[in-house]
Design a protein around this ligand. Structure first.
Ligand SMILES: [Zn+2]
Length: 318
């Protein structure tokens, strides 16, 4: 699919969203259908079949052991006190806004407190991150280094690498045989070292990948993960940025930076991996904009609870 068909494809319009997910009952049924496509499955005894409690519609009772469970129990929506309509509106904005939406903006759109919007957003970003962790890039891959919160350290005028306000990360784009981008993978790193690149490659790249870089010293680290490595341009800086070989990884990096700086005033470095995963999740599903809401809801009811105490901790990089 050409890039134009990504840019002009129909997303899920607001009227269509309201028609499908406008009421609590609709959202409840949608989640139940996603979690239990063949009917209620008891989380205690795994019996299939039960009935909804008339007095508490979020609860089902198992026909075998009489255990009562809600569709949200044990999922990322575990013990939520937010109406499901608000969750679905959150799913809508996180998947249908091209550049994401900040917690502050989300709080306005959902009509909830900032802290509620923050928690909802970070839970859904957590789902995106968990989901993205399952994929490996294959075949041809362009790889490059970048910083969140600043330009590349190798740009003219920058001395040395790193700064307390900058979060170093690696981005890689898988391209198809026609040179078009397929998937994106990103990971925060401690620094641009062989060991960190090897770690990235082990987590994100299939061992058969042919990796192309601009020759920064750290990138041969991919060889430790079984990938091959070719240097396309030596010298880095402007020449590398203009090289056709790095077209897609550079376009992706440019888009990430404009999206993140346009949407967020500041990104807490502790949560940088989650913000990168959010962008990556949308990028990797850009051909299915309208379907992204359902897909994220589907994964959400299959993701274990991520309580606030866990979400405020600094994250592992991968
Ligand atoms: Zn049961």
């Amino acid at each position: 699919m050409a890039r134009n068909s990504v840019q002009f494809q129909k997303g899920l319009s607001e009227p269509a969203f309201q028609e499908a997910y406008g009421s609590e009952a609709q959202c409840l049924l949608a989640l139940e259908t996603l979690r239990w496509p063949d009917g209620f499955v008891c989380p205690r005894c795994e019996h299939v079949g039960g009935h909804r409690l008339a007095s508490r519609p979020r609860l089902h009772q198992c026909a075998a052991c009489r255990h009562q469970a809600s569709v949200t129990a044990g999922t990322v929506f575990h013990r939520t006190r937010i109406p499901l309509t608000i969750w679905f509106l959150g799913l809508y904005h996180l998947t249908q806004s091209k550049n994401g939406v900040s917690s502050l903006e989300l709080s306005r759109r959902l009509g909830v407190q900032y802290n509620t919007a923050w928690l909802l957003k970070h839970k859904l970003m957590h789902v995106m991150k968990e989901r993205e962790a399952e994929h490996l890039l294959v075949d041809l891959v362009e790889i490059d280094d970048a910083y969140l919160g600043g330009e590349k350290a190798r740009e003219p005028g920058e001395s040395g690498r790193g700064s307390p306000n900058k979060t170093p990360f690696v981005a890689a784009v898988e391209t198809d045989e026609n040179g078009h981008p397929r998937r994106l993978a990103m990971q925060v790193v401690e620094g641009f070292t062989l060991a960190e690149i090897a770690d990235f490659a082990r987590r994100k790249l299939a061992p058969s990948c042919e990796v192309f870089s601009d020759g920064l010293n750290c990138f041969p680290g991919v060889i430790e993960a079984g990938c091959s490595h070719s240097v396309c341009i030596t010298g880095g800086g402007r020449r590398a940025a203009e090289s056709p070989t790095f077209k897609w990884v550079n376009i992706a990096l440019g888009n990430i930076k404009s999206a993140l700086t346009g949407t967020y005033r500041h990104i807490d470095p502790r949560h940088a991996p989650r913000y990168l995963a959010e962008f990556q999740y949308r990028y990797n599903r850009r051909f299915d904009l309208a379907g992204m809401l359902t897909r994220l809801a589907y994964v959400s009811v299959r993701t274990r609870p991520a309580p606030y105490d866990q979400l405020v901790q600094a994250e592992s990089h991968a």
